[in-house]
Design a protein around this ligand. Structure first.
Ligand code: HEM
Length: 415
């Protein structure tokens, strides 16, 4: 079909979510063939099926027997075949039943009790960062001044990483997530080709660090996730991979969600007033903000056998990519999907995925966002835009690189 809109090119997303293209796909070609030409120095790929309707996205995510995370891993770009066995050690890139063993083991480190204990620390941190950023009362780049550090520091607390090592974590996640963005020049191999940021060569430093940290936690256990993992039956190689998964999954997602939520609030002053005035609950607001600004744009699966989806034949080995932002705006499920309605219930958005890989950190993410918005209200009485945002060039993370804002009202009294 010649007129199928392109939703692969990572540069498109620098202008925001391509809602018109997604709508056309949902209506006319809900499982649409996409080309993968060479872009930004990255080699061409074999192409994939873009899945854009909510019901089909959920079906793909739930049916891991048909749509495998293991066969070709979970990124649109094919990994180097030589790296595949290594990448498959990560829980994210496994299928049941093997996936279930790891998931059960690591879930023990994410108990609700432990997560709740981080609420007070997250609140202090939000207060401190916002207080410093808005001390002058003027315009602030919320991303640089507040949200980048907020997400990173909350994650390092949860993992139990010493304050002096936090910069390392930031560098590692930037390498992996921002590799399509011109602000992050790629690391090149001997022949001048970009090196896949998920290859063993690029990750060696992070893995050595994970082992050192685990050894330290075995000797000095504390109330943090790495202490629990270090004491568990996870093999060394599994532990390294889990550390990698958490540093990426737990950092860039919240780092996208926090400014993304504020951007949506700043663009909808009447909804923002409803929230600060207590007319809608913070919990429904957090989910609605995640619906309109999903931090993750896509995840890939590979067909384990021939099948059919929304009338489209799919062959064994085909790449199938679900688009969360499109599912979250599917008019078949959400009434008036482009309206921000902070009181929206039910709200079956798929920003945290679905099925066996549904986000393990969802509770921690919601907690951080709730605390953050509450502290924005207390520190600034609300925020309004002071310039256009700059967005990440990526078809994977819906990143915001800068967000100029200013306080919109005097600070609310602290309750
Ligand atoms: C708003 C923030 C977040 C969003 C939108 C988000 C989104 C997602 C999504 C869509 C998946 C499913 C991947 C798939 O289908 O293959 C996922 C999985 C995962 N997330 Fe999150 N995430 C967030 C925050 C976090 C945090 C804070 C952590 C940990 C501290 C975390 C840890 C994980 C892990 C470990 C998995 C893999 C689960 C598995 O393979 O079974 N996430 N996340």
């Amino acid at each position: 079909m010649p007129d199928v809109p392109d939703v692969f090119d990572p540069r498109i997303y620098a202008a925001g979510i391509p809602h018109d293209r997604f709508r056309a796909l949902r209506d006319l070609a809900p499982v649409a063939r996409q080309e993968e030409p060479e872009i930004l120095g990255w080699p061409a790929g074999s192409g994939f099926w873009a899945v854009t309707r909510h019901a089909d996205v959920v079906r793909v995510l739930k049916d891991s027997g048909t749509y495998s995370s293991h066969l070709g891993a979970t990124q649109i770009r094919d990994p180097d075949p030589a790296d595949l066995p290594f990448i498959r050690r990560m829980m994210l890139n496994q299928d049941p039943p093997g996936h279930g063993r790891l998931r059960r083991l690591v879930s023990r480190a994410f108990t609700p009790g432990r997560i709740e204990r981080f609420a007070a620390t997250a609140r202090d941190r939000a207060r401190e960062l916002l207080g410093a950023a808005f001390a002058g009362g003027g315009e602030v780049d919320l991303v640089r001044a507040v949200t980048d550090d907020y997400a990173l520091l909350n994650l390092t607390d949860l993992l139990g990483i010493p304050a002096s090592d936090r910069g390392l974590l930031h560098t590692w996640t930037e390498r992996v997530i921002a590799y399509q963005d011109p602000d992050e020049p790629p690391v090149l191999d001997g022949e001048g080709r970009p090196v896949n940021p998920r290859s063993p060569a690029m990750l060696a430093e992070m893995f050595d660090y994970a082992q050192e940290l685990a050894a330290y936690k075995r000797a000095h256990p504390a109330d943090d996730v790495m202490s629990t993992l270090a004491a568990s039956e996870l093999a060394d190689a599994e532990l390294e991979m889990f550390f990698f998964l958490l540093t990426v999954a737990g950092n860039d997602t919240v780092r996208s969600a926090a400014p993304g939520g504020i951007l949506a609030l700043a663009e909808h002053p009447s909804e923002q007033r409803r929230l600060w005035g207590g007319e809608v609950s913070m919990d429904t607001a957090v989910d609605e903000l995640l619906r309109v600004h999903p931090p993750v744009l896509s995840f890939r699966r590979t067909a384990a056998h021939g099948t059919e989806l929304a009338g489209q034949k799919i062959r064994a080995g085909d790449k199938v990519v679900v688009f969360h932002a499109s599912a979250n705006h599917d008019e078949r499920v959400f009434a008036d999907p482009h309206r921000l309605d902070l009181g929206r219930t039910p709200n079956p958005h798929v920003s945290f995925g679905d099925g066996p890989h549904v986000c393990l950190g969802a509770h921690f993410a919601r907690l951080q966002l709730r605390v953050f918005y509450e502290e924005v209200r207390a520190a600034c009485g609300g925020l309004e835009p002071a310039g256009p945002p700059r967005r990440l060039v990526s078809n994977f993370i819906n990143g915001i690189k800068s967000l100029p804002v200013r306080p919109s009202a005097p600070s609310a009294p602290r309750s």
